[in-house]
Write a protein that binds this ligand. Structure first.
Ligand SMILES: [Zn+2]
Ligand SMILES: [Zn+2]
Length: 314
């Protein structure tokens, strides 16, 4: 049955926001996302005069939404620079399509962009890595681990070389809540200590200057709403999924979505609770395992003498 409800402004409804009980028209929906985005930035002091922000752009809905909204905020300001960094992980056609669209998007917005590839950095891409996994040549079996570790490494290193002051990530509410639950069930307190709206290690750690702080202005926007936003604004997107995606994250996703269906708003509660605990988690892991090393092989920062990237990729 089609809802006869109207948006509070009188226009036709395009979205029902269950956790708020609000019916929204196109304009009011778009406005609400933009408002939330700005509020998150203000709340955590994510932007400062003199910043050079790099959006980690994948060409998917979340990072495109972030680049679009960030550009809207930063463009009228002369005291903040905005660029985009893209990573070619070498997953084949899937990635090529995304990158082409991402390039076009940057050109349309007038945002400077840089592309770095796994192949240039590590001598091989994900396709070859997956072959090694299939042949049983390596210890770690999850493709997403290699991909995530490699991507974080290149983003941090290249952003630093480009003089970037903050890396802006596309994580939405669902991504964050999944990570909270996964770190919980795996007992990864150290990893959890590096989460949060702003990960500002550079201020907290010796040798932390090697880490570029990360900001996540989309982290209070549910995945579904980020998707609807990108459809309503009409971004030219590729919706193909990564061919190697899988694993426990997807179980966590199902679990959380089932909870949300029964108890609307619970994703926000999980994230808020985590944020309240975060200072304590950081204290705890600072004492236990918080030492930062410069990697013996590559000089990049890491939690062991040889960094995770060199362990997995070199
Ligand atoms: Zn409206
Ligand atoms: Zn290393």
């Amino acid at each position: 049955m089609v809802s006869k409800k109207k948006c509070s402004c009188g226009r036709k409804v395009v979205f029902f926001r269950k956790y708020e009980g609000s019916y929204l028209c196109r304009q009011c929906f778009l406005k609400s996302i933009e408002k939330k985005f700005k509020r998150t930035i203000r709340k955590y002091g994510m932007l400062k005069s003199g910043d050079k922000i790099a959006v980690a752009l994948s060409g998917g809905k979340d990072s495109s939404t972030v680049l679009y909204l960030m550009n809207k905020i930063v463009k009228p300001r002369r005291d903040i620079d905005l660029i985009a960094i893209m990573i070619d992980e070498g997953t084949g056609d899937y990635r090529k399509k995304h990158l082409e669209l991402a390039k076009k998007f940057c050109k349309k917005l007038g945002v400077e962009y840089h592309i770095f590839s796994f192949k240039d950095e590590f001598g091989k891409g994900m396709k070859q890595k997956v072959k090694e996994i299939d042949k049983g040549k390596v210890k770690v079996k999850e493709p997403c681990t290699y991909c995530g570790v490699g991507r974080r490494y290149i983003l941090n290193k290249r952003a630093r070389e480009l003089g970037v002051t903050k890396l802006c990530m596309g994580h939405n509410l669902d991504d964050e809540v999944q990570a909270v639950i996964l770190n919980d069930v795996r007992g990864e307190l150290y990893r959890a200590s590096r989460m949060g709206p702003v990960t500002d290690w550079s201020l907290r750690k010796k040798k932390g200057k090697l880490f570029i702080p990360r900001i996540k202005p989309l982290r209070e926007v549910p995945e579904k709403e980020s998707a609807i936003f990108s459809i309503l604004v009409d971004f030219d997107l590729c919706w193909d999924k990564c061919p190697y995606a899988g694993g426990i994250r997807f179980d966590a996703k199902d679990f959380i979505n089932n909870l949300e269906k029964k108890y609307p708003g619970i994703k926000f509660t999980i994230l808020e609770t985590f944020d309240r605990l975060l200072p304590h988690i950081r204290d705890f892991s600072d004492k236990r395992e918080g030492k930062i090393h410069s990697c013996k092989k590559c000089g990049e920062p890491g939690s062991k003498e040889v960094c995770k990237t060199c362990e997995l990729w070199r």
